[in-house]
Ligand binder design. Sequence first.
Ligand SMILES: [Cu+2]
Length: 118
Amino acid sequence: MMMINIAGLVLISLIIWWFWLYKPKAVDAAIDNEIKIVVNNGIYQPARIKIKAGQQTVLQFIRKDSSPCAAMVIFPHVDISEELPLDIDKSVLLPPMTLGEYPFHCQMQMYQGTLIVE
Ligand SMILES: [Cu+2]
């Protein structure tokens, strides 16, 4: 009985960690200068991208997922939506942005990413 309770607790903490606490490491565009983002298996890789405030940034998308879900990438805060061709690098130019965190996603928001402007 005790073992079952412990197993349950471990499972619950794992679920909490995965859904609420776990944040993939952010990739720093300021260091790499150009960020390459792979679109595949329902995730942007990387999904958290640091960019510098007040300057233009180029994100290089490469879409590996042939499903129509992955076909567009949308940056709602800067009014950008771009079609991503399959298996071809696609550059997306972001205008200078102010400090903050901005989500980006596909049309149906299955793919989700975050821009961290700092
Ligand atoms: Cu989608």
